[in-house]
Design a protein around this ligand. Sequence first.
Ligand code: PLP
Length: 425
Amino acid sequence: MSHFAYQDGVLHADGASLSAIAEQFGTPTYVYSKAALLENFAAYADACAGRDALVCYAMKANSNLAILDLLARQGAGFDIVSGGELLRVVAAGGDPRKVIFSGVGKSVAEMRLALEHDILCFNVESIPELHRLNEVAGAMGKTARVSLRVNPNVDAKTHPYIATGLKASKFGVAFDDALATYRAAAALPHLAVAGIDCHIGSQLLDDAPLLEALDRLIELIDALGREGIVLHHLDIGGGIGISYGEAGEDAPVPVGDYLGRLFQRIDAWRAANHGGRPIKVIFEPGRSIVGNTGVLLTKVEFIKHGEEKNFCVVDAAMNDMARPALYQAWMDMRPVVESDTPALSYDVVGPICESGDWLARDRALAVQSGDLLVMLQAGAYGMTMASNYNTRGRAAEVIVDGAQCHLVRRRETPAELFALETLIK
Ligand SMILES: *Cc1c(COP(=O)(O)O)cnc(C)c1O
């Protein structure tokens, strides 16, 4: 069900009116539904029930501590891409031993921090990274569990900026180099080879490329087994897409269907070759956990009728939500209060001094100055990509629990934005 629906002509997040939220907390504000978040996580957890599986939420999609806490309490692990994200997991009360560390550029300090917290696994992306990790672990008298991120060279058929599994991508170890890289890892004394991982891209609407990637990983696991390198887990990454509501867009594959097909293949493979001995399966979903749980609430500042276009200037901007500017992403804009007045076509733009600062183009809206709008499906890659460009404080964040509203991040003040700066003498 949608957790954002009109009740008596006013858009609500579950039991809370977005007009009332704007009045209480101001705009722009991200508003998330706790029930939607738990529902999305449950789709993964239910499909994994009774299996040796771990859902490591890719927290770069939305790393607010309250979100992490809610997911940790459901048993989630976390996929991190920086030391800062690990400290967020710890601050939110998550279990570092359920953390996997992804990314092509882990620093010595980040490796050390992760080893101190005894994380589950480092997803390593290159041979130099293997050597660095081996040295850091050795100096600490520890052994680092590693997985290799293999680039399965499948086309995820998504936006080029979010396709990561092709040969030309900066990510992962080439499929053809994987065996040699595993041998190198197995020979390093302070590493324990634990698993294999991939992540082929984001906003995938079809699971066929993911199942193709699974087949390629299975091929490698079998080849490694023949050499006596036995893997304990298989990590298929994230990438399942969501519906953004654009006319004509394909429907995303339901999470339960995808996991059902994936486990079916894994079960058949294990039963045929391994006497049914299970392998732990790890998922790294981001967008499909948080994307549809949040909206960006914004107020119309001015209506401007240009020569060729009408502009609806709102108080949210590309610094709050970068996806349209960065990926030309289409995101749904709706009025908070329904109206019967005739609509005009508008470009919805922010106050930032860039022509790329737009949130939506050519939308039929009946709006005037002072009205409230929301951008839907803004829960993933929204606040985490926000910046302070133009010395704009980042938006507030509110979680709605039934009819109750919790401020989980207050708005930044201008003074906070330059508090770390000093004049030279
Ligand atoms: C971003 C990312 C994810 C999450 O991707 P979604 O499309 O949001 O599910 C998972 N794993 C890795 C390595 C990532 O970089």
